[in-house]
Design a protein. Sequence first.
Length: 187
Amino acid sequence: MDANGEAESGGEDGVRLVASISTDGSFMRRACPACGLHFKTEASPEQFSSILQPIVARATRDYGLSTSVDGEDEHEAADLRCPYCGEVIPAAEAHTAETYAYARHLIYREIVMPMIRNAFGGLGNTRSSFVSFTYHKGTLPPRPIHGPEPPDMLEANFLCCGKKAKLLPQWLGTVTCPFCGSPTVTW
Ligand SMILES: [Zn+2]
Ligand SMILES: [Zn+2]
């Protein structure tokens, strides 16, 4: 899961974007937008890409582009709970600043820059009576890379949901299950 993202031709749908993130085994780093603390949720490799879909869609909208995302309704439960402050967080917003920056760079590299290149592609060297304009196509910047994700934090089992998360070892307060909100953690 730590290869670079890439875009492929997707036929009439335009560009098929492949985003890949670095993970800590089966754990993906998340962040609570309320308290700012990080935790990790467990997911299968198939789920990782669906977890990324809302954030990629959000980054795409940031550039004023409208895209449809495959399987948008397959992503994880709509809300998570912060294990530390207990805040209900829309799952699509429980991403770290790094993951969001990666999504934005990926959209820019794979969609926005090729659009600009295509828009100017036929221009080459253009002359009018007022301006002389030369467009140098150049090469695209390297694909952005996400991670690496260190294998930090402590694994916690939430028996209420039969799911695992990883939490900050220095956290001494009560813990809330990120999936259902119960305080039933075992370390
Ligand atoms: Zn929080
Ligand atoms: Zn639970």
